[in-house]
Design a protein around this ligand. Structure first.
Ligand SMILES: Nc1nc2c(ncn2[C@@H]2O[C@H](COP(=O)(O)OP(=O)(O)O)[C@@H](O)[C@H]2O)c(=O)[nH]1
Ligand SMILES: [Mg+2]
Length: 348
């Protein structure tokens, strides 16, 4: 799962990227594309790890790309960056709200408009071609594709991002071959000044109400402080967080929101060796979820022993959970829930 960071030059893209990777320095601007695999923070894993006395924790991961290239600045779009962005599963837009020199609302709107224009150019060229094909009856199975494209075109012409259409899975499948930008889930990261941290919550609320199409989220961060946090030792960081009056680094919240926005949830496996998060799509059933660990487990699936996270924490061990009737035996069609602790019975 890949997330691309976009935004105006100097809006804090590289700062957010660095903080998310636990790096301390922003790289020279000449280095345009940077990639990193980052861990999705989840406090539940350390709780589980402690309970089971596990040797290690394995977090869920997502891939982050500091891409630039699409900014809403109206300037030319870097074609290499754009090609990369089209491959992303979601976009993260950083907005400068720390210099006081910019209007966050219009920066957001401009970035969304730029995506819309880009998609429009792609669709505009495609619809007449496809209409011809369908009319000639050459490819009956593409009539549906044309339907969906027209629906998209209508939305774009009304200057609405495609994500707002909330297309069904079947519709999305029809246009899988296109790489639209405004269809990607969008996380807007408002980058505020250090002295505004106290207002972070209020700022977040004011933005969530205004600029949120379907599957769009807002997070507020001071990227500069986040980079400082990333630089610190654990003790020092804990102290600093207390001083700031917050529980977790804001960048953790950003990563968690991005993960959720992608429609992903984790389930856990817990043992002496490791406490581990496995990533599935929300709505995934037990047998398919098993395949994330190993295709053998999916193929040979018999039952899933499932303990809800809270029950596990209350009972503290698999054995005790079983004794108290908190371990459920679920079949292959069971819809796995966020935080389920699972042990598979399988046979290969
Ligand atoms: N004061 C302050 N400066 C920031 C913040 N975030 C980024 N900066 C600074 O703004 C400049 C541009 O940030 P950078 O991440 O390189 O922007 P990019 O061009 O979008 O990658 C750098 O000098 C950062 O140190 C912030 O939250 N507060
Ligand atoms: Mg940069």
């Amino acid at each position: 799962m890949k997330i691309g960071i976009i935004g105006l030059p100097q809006s804090g893209k590289s700062a957010v990227f660095a903080a998310a990777c636990g790096k301390t320095e922003t790289p020279p601007t000449a280095m345009k594309l940077q990639r990193a695999v980052i861990k999705v923070p989840d406090e539940r894993l350390s709780v589980l790890s402690d309970l089971a006395d596990a040797q290690r924790i394995v977090y869920a991961e997502i891939e982050l790309l500091d891409a630039g290239g699409l900014s809403g600045s109206g300037g030319g779009v870097d074609s290499k960056a754009l090609a990369e962005l089209k491959q992303m599963d979601a976009l993260l837009l950083t907005v400068d709200s720390f210099t006081g020199a910019r209007e966050a609302d219009s920066d957001i709107q401009n970035a969304i408009d730029e995506m819309i224009l880009n998609d429009l150019a792609q669709i505009d060229a495609q619809v007449p071609k496809l209409e011809k094909v369908v009319k000639m009856g050459g490819a009956a199975n593409r009539a549906q594709e044309l339907e969906v494209l027209k629906k998209c075109l209508a939305a774009l012409e009304e200057e609405r991002p495609l994500i707002e259409l909330a297309l069904s899975d079947a519709e999305l499948k029809e246009i899988r071959g296109y790489t639209f930008l405004s269809i990607k889930p969008l996380l807007i990261v408002i980058n505020i000044a250090e002295d505004k941290l106290g207002e972070a919550k209020a700022i977040e609320e004011s933005f969530s109400g205004r600029v949120t199409p379907h599957r769009c989220e807002v997070a507020v961060i001071c990227a500069k402080i986040e980079m400082e946090l990333a630089e610190m030792e654990a003790d020092e960081r804990a102290e600093f967080l207390v001083d700031l009056g917050i529980l977790n680094p804001a960048v953790d919240v950003v990563i968690q929101k991005a993960y959720t926005l992608l429609g992903l949830i984790p389930y856990f496996t817990v043992g002496e060796i490791e406490a581990r998060a496995w990533t599935i799509r929300r709505g995934c059933v037990a047998q398919k979820a098993a395949g994330v660990i190993h295709t053998d487990i999916e193929r040979g699936f018999i039952r899933a022993e499932v303990i809800a996270y809270d029950d596990y924490v209350t009972c503290k061990t698999h054995v005790e959970a079983k004794k108290q009737g908190k371990m459920r035996l679920e079949g292959k069609e069971y819809v796995v829930q966020d935080g389920d602790v699972i042990n598979y019975r399988f046979n290969v």
